[in-house]
Design a binder for this molecule. Structure first.
Ligand code: EPU
Length: 417
């Protein structure tokens, strides 16, 4: 096990290039199962979750060749094999195996997902969608068993506009008979990315990115080549880190439109931001104003940036209120930030943050974004070394984190625990 050591107090300066989106990648890889020939994914992030997904596909008999940021997946010899255990258990997003296998084989057995553990995360909307398409779904000894004689298109209204359920239903419906309409669909950019891949594979999906998605089922899908969108959460994390350290960083390979909510909030605080076609420059200033932030579904402020934003708000004057309306209790970073001297209290769905200096401490990342929050906090500390354990969570979502931060002038290194 390794830990991250951070000797903070240096403004981040320079340029960082953002890799492909994790939350797209881990939906696009299983989507490739639906094709009958090779799918090539470009701009893939180098993350442990991606490696686990490659393992899952190989277990089913797919040929997977991963080199740098490109993965070639040949699913032509894939078989329907039950997956109650093994790599599926390492990954929450292995729930996409349900939609993908159901779409291709009309059956699947998938062990219940693991993954980030900040709160119970139900999959009832995924199951509601599969059942509406004609599948029988049962939970047997911790594995979800799905089976359908045939999948038939239908209208599905999601009670919550879930990213995972929207994508999972698209995967299964792409090869169903007839048209499926998802109402109250999630609108996140990753959903558009998955629809783009599926359409390049021969699917007929319209409306991705709006709350109504229409999927005209087809009997067969073919291989294609697709480049993954940039990771907006990774980009937002570097934006926050740049501002928190009062640095000046050009964040390259981004889609500025995907970053509108975080950009607007940071500008409201007094951070200087310049937008270009495919990059964003973030320049810190000596003093920031407190702001209130509400994490909402897209295009609102991303819940995945809520924890990193907490660290930035400790650097603002006065009291900020940060509320999360996507997850009710995603505040595992708060007690750790408090160990670093932050004045934060959690009330219901909100963290109330009083600005002030942080000090070095030994802290533990309890999930991926909590880890990012602690790294940012450590970067602001002027004296001493902050030690962050739980690096395995951070590695799930930020590739080349240490080398990127070092390139930006931070004094950060990994050390064995
Ligand atoms: N929900 C239900 N029932 C469901 C599905 C979701 O009640 O069947 C609830 C959840 O409990 C939550 C809300 O709906 O309160 C939204 O959950 P959603 O399904 O949209 O989240 P997800 O698909 O499980 C993805 C990302 C998360 C990100 C959320 C929200 C992946 C693999 N994960 O999760 O990313 O927080 O969307 O944007 O795409 C992360 O990257 O750190 C991360 C956790």
């Amino acid at each position: 096990m390794e830990k991250l050591m951070i000797s903070g107090g240096r403004p981040l300066q320079g340029m960082v290039s953002i890799s492909g989106a994790k939350n797209s990648a881990i939906a696009l890889i299983p989507a490739a199962i639906l094709a009958e020939s090779e799918v090539i994914l470009d701009n893939l992030p180098l993350l442990s979750d991606v490696a686990v997904y490659a393992e899952i596909l190989e277990e089913l008999g797919a040929e997977v060749a991963w080199e740098g940021s490109q993965m070639r997946i040949d699913p032509s010899s894939i078989k329907s094999i039950p997956m109650p255990n093994g790599p599926v258990k390492k990954l929450r997003a292995s729930y996409y195996m349900m939609g993908a296998m159901l779409g291709r084989f009309k059956e699947a057995v998938v062990g219940l997902p693991g993954g980030c553990n900040f709160e119970p995360r139900p999959i009832d909307q995924h199951i509601k969608g599969f059942e509406a398409l004609g599948a029988t779904v049962t939970n047997e000894h911790g594995s979800i068993h799905l089976h359908a004689k045939e999948l038939r298109g239908t209208k599905i209204y999601l009670d919550v506009s879930s990213v995972g359920a929207t994508i999972n239903i698209m995967l299964a419906a792409a090869r169903a008979k007839g048209a499926t309409i998802i109402e109250n669909a999630a609108k996140e950019p990753e959903i558009i990315d998955v629809a783009t891949l599926l359409n390049s594979m021969g699917a007929i999906i319209k409306g991705a990115g709006t709350e109504t998605i229409r999927i005209e089922g087809v009997s067969e899908l073919h291989g294609c080549r697709h480049s993954i969108i940039p990771d907006r959460i990774q980009a937002g994390t570097y934006m926050i880190a740049a501002a928190a350290t009062r640095g000046d960083v050009l964040i390259d390979n981004v889609i500025p439109k995907h970053l509108e909510a975080i950009t607007a909030k940071m500008q409201e605080m007094g951070v200087l931001i310049e937008e270009f076609d495919e990059s964003i420059r973030v320049k810190g200033t000596p003093s920031y104003e407190h702001v209130d932030v509400k994490a909402l579904i897209y295009p609102g402020f991303a819940t995945d940036l809520q924890s990193p934003m907490t660290s930035l708000l400790t650097q603002a004057r006065g009291v900020s209120v940060l509320s999360d309306f996507v997850y009710s209790n995603r505040f595992k970073h708060v007690p750790e930030l408090v160990r670093m001297g932050a004045k934060i209290r959690v009330e219901g769905r909100s963290a109330i943050i009083e600005g002030g200096r942080l000090n070095a401490a030994k802290v533990k990342a309890a999930d991926l974004r909590a880890g990012a929050a602690l790294v940012i906090a450590g970067l602001t500390v002027e004296e001493g070394v902050t030690e962050v354990t739980g690096v395995e969570y951070i590695d799930r979502g930020y590739d080349h984190l240490v080398s990127n931060l070092r390139m930006l002038g931070a004094d950060v290194w990994r050390q064995s625990e």
